[in-house]
Ligand binder design. Sequence first.
Ligand SMILES: *[C@@H]1O[C@H](CO)[C@@H](O)[C@H](O)[C@H]1NC(C)=O
Length: 550
Amino acid sequence: MDMYLLLFLFVLILRPLLVFAAWGYTDDGSNYVIDVGSKLVFKVSKTNGDINSIVYGGTEYQGYSGKNSHIESGLGRSTVTITSYSSPSYLIKVTVTYGTLVHYIVARYGQNNIYLLTNKGDVSVPASRFILRLKGNILPHDSSMPDFYDDGGAAIEASDVTQSPHGYTKSKHYQGSNYGRVMDFDYVGKTTGRVGIWLIRSNHEKASGGPFFRSLVRRSSSDADDLYEILFYSMGHTDPQRWGLQGPYVLSFTDGETPKKELFARNANWSWFDTLGIKGWVAGSARGYVAGVGIANMKNGYTYTVALSNPDHQYWGVAAGGGGAYTIKSVVPGTYKLTVYKGEYEVYTTSITAKAGSATSLNTIKPDSDPSDVTAIWRIGDWDGTPGGFLNFESTPYKPTYMHPSDPRLSSWDPEDFTVGKTATSSFPGYMWKDVNNDHLVYFKLTAAQITSEKTIRIGITEAYANGRPIIAVNGWNSPLSSASTQGGTRSLTVGTYRGNNHIYSFTVPASAFLTDANGWNILKISVISGSGNTGYLSAGISIDCVDLY
Ligand SMILES: *[C@@H]1O[C@H](CO)[C@@H](O)[C@H](O)[C@H]1NC(C)=O
C-alpha cells in the first residue's frame, strides 16, 4: 500500500471524529454540558434542571444576580436524566421531572437552538412560564421601549408598573407595541446586529386565552433581559388552565438575523420528536385539520378569525379576505366549540369534531350574532370586541396596550360631553372608571315618530375590572342596577389589556323617558357601578366596545 492510500484511509477513519468533534455532552459533576456541534454550548443543572450557562460564539449570555433560566422561578430538586439519540437525527434530550411536571430540554446536532417542552400534570406544580434570563447590557434597550424599566423609575402600581424619570410609564406587561396579541407574533427577542437571541413561541394549543390574548413576554432593565414563554398567565385570563404538554418552544441563537421561519409554530415540522418518548406528545399523523369554505356576509374592514376551543386545547386560523376561507392546522382530535370572530367579537358559534389524519370540512358559515346587523338610530363606535376608535384608542397599536392609563402621552380620560352627530368617536372614552371619568353624558335627539315606542340602549364591554358594569339614566329615568359580567382575573386595564369576555348590557328605555319635543336634546348618562375596587385606575372600570340606540 502506498503512503497516499494509507493517508487517505487514515483521513477517512478520522473524518466522523472530526465532524462530530464538538457534538455531545459531558458531565462536569454538577451539570450536563451540551455542545450542539456548532456555536452553542449550554449547561443544565443535574440537581434542578436549571439552564445555568448559555455560551454562544464564546460569549456567556445566561443569567444575572445569580439567577438561572427555568420554569417559574426554578423547580427545586428534580430528577434530571439525559439521553442521546442517533436517529432520526443526532439528538440529546434532558428530562427534568419535578412532581407531576416533566420538562424537556432538547438539542439537535448543528442547530444553535434549545428546544423546550413542558408537560404540566396538574395544579400541584405552578407553571405559568418559562423564563430565559439574559445578562443586562448585552441586548439593546432604550427609553422608548415600554417593557424597559429605566433606571430611577418609581413604582406607581403594584411593583411592576413604574414611571420613568422622563414621565413614561413602563411595565413588562406593556407588549402592545412590541408583540400585540398571541396571534400577532411568532417569537420574542432582540438582536444586537451580531447576535440575535429569540424565544419562538409554541402553538399555544395548551396555553390559555385564545388568539387575542395579551400578556407579558419580554422585560428588560439595565442589568437584566428576560424572555418568556407564557404557559398560563393569571392577568386578564378568562379561560381555564389546560393540562398536558406545551411545546416545542425554541430558544434560538443567530448571528444577528431573525430566527428561521421553519421554527415558527405555524410552519414547523416536528416529526423528529415523534420517537423521543416525550410525555403527552401527539404526532402530526394523529392530528387533523379543519377547513371551511367561507364566511357569508363578512363586513368590510374587519379581520375574521375562526377559533377552536375545548377544556384541553385551543387553535385558530385567520379567514381570507373576500370569501372567508380558512384552515386550522394540526388539531388534536376532539369536539370543539368553533367561534367566528369579527375583529375580536364572537359573531357565530357552533360545535365541531376534529378527526385524526383527515379534514373536517365546513360549509359556508353565516354569522348570526353580529350586533351591527341591528339597524341603530345612532351608534358610537363599532361592534368589533375592542375599544378601537375611541379616545386613546384612535391609533394602532392602541396606546393603553403599552402604557398605563395615567401616562402623560394619553389624553384626559374625561373629555367633553358627547353629542350624537357632532362629537367625533375619538372623543368618547374607551375606558371608564368609577373613580376617574364616571357619569359620561351623551346628548341625542329623537324624532316624533321615534319617541312613540320604547327603545333599546346597548353598551358593549370587552373587559371589566373589579366587577365594574354600566347603568344608565335617560333624562329623569333610571335603569335598574345591572349585574357584574364574568371577566378576567386580577388586573387588566392597567396592565395593557382590554381583552376579557365581550358582554352586552341591554337597557329597555320606556317611551315616556324621552323628551316629547323632537328638537330637545335627550341626555343619556352612563355610569360605572360596583361594590368592589380600589381608587383611581384601580377603581371599578370597563372597556367599551360600542354604544348604540335602536
Ligand atoms: C415532516 O418531516 C418528515 C421527515 O422528514 C417527512 O416525512 C414528512 O413528510 C414531513 N411532513 C410534512 C407535513 O411536510
